[in-house]
Design a protein around this ligand. Structure first.
Ligand code: PLP
Length: 484
């Protein structure tokens, strides 16, 4: 529809002839687009919907990437593009693509904006849309976050949250941390945010979040000045870390608030219970550190734990962890330390199972904001079948040819689904389709059960909506080079 062909250059300019098509909609360009001289005139055209196009139609929020604009007309005057509320950018004609080349401006948060195009100062009625994403690789299918469902979950969590317990929102689903943070902050006003790393904490502060923010896991000593700058609390898991931190904070005259982590049977962050008192003492003796919290994390919470806690069943893992934690806290407090420290341990599983003996002063809730029923799903992730073919019987699949086809088999090929997102299932036409081969950059799907599937059909990538799946939508690894 409405293809235009490059018909020539004159005075160094290239223009395109608009081929009129039937069914054109309302006026897009009023009057003629004139050159300085009268030798080139562009018809007054109106364009059918969809004829204005951006390539690519999505890009990172940082902007700066090339976007080629097809205005649908043969513009001779300057073309400008206004992405959302941003100031319009000027686009230069690109002969190679026969489109106008613009640089996308940056945008504060991911989401779709209208792009208003003007030719020689005259607005084209039809707008294009451009989707800003987090700064990940643009080759992968775009994952859409239904923020209204995150909001709904947050409202429900707050409404059912025990009143005398503080709410700590755990954000470890990767990007966009700032968007998640703002939505949850608006809907549930958590007293605390807990994040895995400093970048996430900074993203929350820069998004204007004023609640307390703590980093869950061990932080780099060298980052302490940034933590002070952004008012971020940290995890203390080792006396040597405490000593090194004190030296740095002392030089600033400030105070760093730390949470002492006790590993009560998870094998991860924190000191073993017998080391908790010495670590607490190290923190309290460090003049510029404040013991703000004492924390642990449960490994094996189940619906049977309430009964086990009640009868003190020491064979139950949660009971064992609780006993170790309570013992460590008592030792610290009996030594006159950590009197004001917040005690926190429970996560989503504790709240869901209503294990109130494990509520303590604060609960750290992560998965409940993101999981949920199929109707309330937070993530939608789709792409299109890029190739469809039928493989003959006896055809090799994958290196080594260990499982050749038994009979002709219909397959579909898709590309660039990040391999680290495990626990995903692929569906075509509402039918779950098995993966025959997954080389991350190329995936072959078995389409035996969807015989009508064709190229371009939507492939839905799903997480199990019943599990609190912690998607890791964080950025690709930072890479640099050395050696010049
Ligand atoms: C992930 C995590 C949480 C939150 O757990 P959910 O099950 O997602 O609610 C709390 N505390 C720590 C230390 C965690 O790693």
């Amino acid at each position: 529809m409405g293809r235009q062909n490059t018909v020539g250059t004159q005075s160094g300019r290239t223009w395109r002839l608009v081929t009129p098509v039937l069914g054109l909609s309302a006026l897009a360009l009023a009057g003629c687009v004139q050159t300085g001289s009268a030798d080139l005139q562009v018809e007054t055209v109106s364009r059918p919907t969809g004829s204005v196009a951006l390539t690519p139609s999505h890009g990172g929020v940082q902007g700066g990437n090339l976007v080629l604009v097809d205005t649908g007309v043969s513009p001779d005057g300057p073309v400008t593009a206004a992405f959302g509320d941003a100031a319009a950018v000027e686009c230069a004609f690109d002969e190679a693509s026969a489109r106008h080349a613009c640089l996308a401006p940056e945008h504060d948060v991911p989401g779709t904006v209208d792009v208003a195009l003007s030719v020689d100062g005259t607005r084209i009625a039809e707008t294009a849309s451009y989707t800003y994403t987090t700064n990940g690789t643009q080759d992968m299918p775009i994952l859409t976050v239904e923020t209204q469902n995150v909001r709904k979950h947050a409202e429900e969590i707050r409404a059912g949250f025990p009143e005398d317990v503080q709410l700590g929102a755990v954000l470890k689903n990767g990007e966009p941390v700032d968007v998640f943070g703002k939505v949850i902050n608006d809907a549930a006003q958590p007293e605390y945010f807990f994040v895995p790393k400093l970048d996430d904490a900074i993203a929350l502060r820069e998004a204007g979040i004023e609640s307390k923010i703590a980093i869950l896991y061990v932080s780099q000593i060298e980052d302490i000045p940034l933590m002070l700058h952004y008012d971020i609390e940290v995890a203390a898991t080792d006396p040597a870390w405490v000593a090194a931190a004190e030296e740095i904070v002392a030089g600033t005259g400030g105070t760093l608030r730390v949470h002492l982590w006790v590993d009560t049977g998870m094998g991860r962050e924190g000191v073993t219970p017998d080391q908790a008192l010495p670590l607490a003492r190290a923190v309290e003796e460090a003049k510029h550190l404040e013991l703000t919290g004492i924390a642990t994390h449960f490994s094996s919470v189940t619906e049977h734990d309430a009964a086990a806690i009640q009868v003190g069943d020491t064979t139950n893992t949660t009971v064992a962890q609780k006993t170790r934690f309570d013992g460590a806290v008592a030792q610290i407090r009996d030594a006159g330390l950590g009197q004001d420290a917040l005690i926190h341990a429970g996560a989503s599983d504790v709240l869901l199972n209503e294990l109130d003996p494990l509520y303590y002063d604060l609960m750290r809730i992560g998965g409940m904001f993101f999981g949920g029923s199929a109707e309330n799903r937070v993530y939608s992730w789709t792409m299109k079948l890029q190739q469809v073919k039928t493989l003959p019987a006896g055809w090799c699949i994958d290196y080594g040819c260990t499982e050749p086809t038994q009979a002709p088999k219909k397959v579909g090929v898709i590309t660039h689904v990040p391999g680290r997102e495990t626990q995903v299932v692929f569906s075509v036409g509402g039918q779950e389709v098995p993966v025959l081969l997954n080389h991350r950059n190329v995936i072959t799907l078995d389409l035996s059960n969807v015989p009508d599937a064709v190229v371009g059909d939507e492939v839905v990538i799903d997480f199990n909506p019943d599990s609190f799946y912690m998607l890791d939508a964080s950025l690709p690894l930072p890479v640099t080079t050395s050696g010049g």
